[in-house]
Design a protein around this ligand. Structure first.
Ligand SMILES: [Fe+2]
Length: 454
């Protein structure tokens, strides 16, 4: 067999005692025959895995075997448990005589831990728009955990702007083999592979993993139901998730807790959505009860969409209804919990923002009840945005930046810090990274620590 590890390795869903290890076998990742995704024969393949405390695989070695099935495009998801909390581990796979690269992962902290958690937030990586240099820099930081808040792929037909072509089948993806091929194209990127191999990931999705701006069951047709089920299956096949799709649904909202420091509540803003709700009743109830009862210092929402009110001056519409401004009542109920240490991370808008969450966004004198940090895109082009005008129209928004990049964060007993990491270009490889701003919050308001150091 030729090298089947062309899509790299990954880990994710860290718990204090375990992680999920992932890879997908693909000897020819851009193979277009729907019956042979990844150029693989339609039969199962034995895959052996190893995990150890050191990258030479000599200390605390564990190993096992799992079958890569054609049903799941030869992806494997290995749940390893019985591990130590807050500890680094290394892992690799073997199929036949071929060995995968080595990945580093890390378990979540002990439930009683008060140590500082280092995490990164990334999103929006349209392949043809540019190189994933930002992911290479993120990998170098080796955070405890990486959160991805959506648009991991774009289902859209290849953009008019092409820094690098998406390759075969550049039209809009709507069938299982097309989504699989799109993931394979994205995952051949070595910078993305490096970011997965550097730390465990906890991903959630936005719209482009299925269809631009879709909500819930879409138009309710059988065709959309089938399309969404295909997209969710391909998503599962390419992410280190603990749960599988069932009957066309995939349980996505969940929490990942790091000791007494941070409760990361990962939201699903698409699957349960309708004209009247962003999250659906069950997810809202789960979130609000968790916001009330969680004993941690920081209650962190990990989700795709701009959360604070954002009034855009100029021609209507001035509020973007695909974001939380389309669901102000549900947003109000979340903020009304007055959960201490509430911090929201988001993405989607392809620019970086920071702001304060207000009890009443229309009253600047009302209480500040949290902070929001919006990650810019890894590579996706930003829309035309007059950042200064939007900041002026929304006093609770404090910061705008138009570079591509990601967030490098730490949550500790006293404060939560967010560094806006940016690259100056993505149309060529090799951009250096720099911090364009760093914010600190103690749970009440935002302080700008370091202004741009160009
Ligand atoms: Fe996007």
């Amino acid at each position: 067999m030729a090298n089947p590890f062309t899509l790299g390795v990954a880990s994710g869903e860290p718990l204090p005692d375990g992680v999920v290890l992932w890879t997908r076998l693909a000897v020819d990742p851009l193979h277009t025959d729907p019956r042979r995704p990844g150029g693989m024969s339609p039969r199962s393949v034995d895959v052996r895995w190893q995990l150890a405390e050191d990258d030479r695989f000599t200390k605390g070695l564990r190993h096992g075997q799992i079958q890569a099935l054609p049903l799941w495009a030869h992806s494997v998801h290995v749940r390893v448990d019985g591990l130590r909390p807050g500890a680094d581990y290394y892992y690799r796979f073997r199929a036949g005589t071929q060995q995968s690269p080595v990945g580093r992962t890390r378990t979540a902290d002990d439930p009683a831990s008060t140590r500082t958690v280092r995490f990164a937030v990334a999103n929006c990586q349209r392949y043809e728009h540019g190189f994933y240099t930002a992911f290479r820099h993120l990998a170098d930081e080796r955070p405890d955990v990486v959160f991805h808040v959506g648009d991991y792929i774009y289902e859209l037909r290849q953009s008019a702007r092409v820094v690098r072509p998406v390759g075969p089948l550049p039209g809009e993806a709507s069938k299982l083999h097309e989504y699989r091929l799109r993931y394979a194209r994205y995952k051949t990127d070595l910078d993305l592979q490096a970011a997965h191999a550097a730390a465990p990931w906890v991903p959630t999705w936005d719209d482009h993993e299925v269809l631009d701006d879709y909500r819930g069951k879409g138009d309710g047709s059988e065709a959309f139901k089938k399309r969404r089920a295909a997209a969710y299956q391909a998503y599962y096949e390419h992410q280190p998730l603990r749960v599988r799709p069932q009957d066309g649904n995939l349980q996505m909202f969940r929490r990942r807790t790091y000791g007494l420091t941070a409760d990361f509540m990962v939201l699903d803003a698409r699957q349960h959505r309708s004209a009247t709700t962003m999250l659906g009743a069950a997810q809202e109830q789960w979130l609000i009860s968790r916001l009330h009862t969680s004993p941690v210092r920081w209650r962190v929402l990990i989700q795709p969409l701009f959360f604070a009110r954002r009034f855009v001056p100029g021609p209507q519409p001035n509020l973007r209804l695909d974001s939380w401004d389309g669901h102000p009542d549900q947003r109000g109920r979340i903020l009304a919990t007055r959960a201490p240490g509430l911090v929201v991370f988001s993405g989607d808008v392809h620019n970086a923002w920071a702001g304060e969450l207000k009890a009443d966004f229309l009253d600047p004198a009302s209480a500040t009840v949290g902070a929001e940090f919006v990650a810019s895109a890894i590579s996706s082009m930003p829309p035309e945005t007059d950042g200064a005008a939007v900041l002026a129209a929304n006093p609770h928004l404090k910061f705008f930046d138009g570079h591509r990049g990601y967030l490098s964060c730490s949550a500790g007993p006293a404060e939560l810090r967010v560094a806006y990491r940016a690259v100056d270009f993505v149309d060529k490889k090799g951009a250096p990274v720099r911090t364009v701003a760093e914010f600190v919050t103690d749970g009440s308001g935002l302080t700008l620590e370091n202004a741009s150091s160009k």
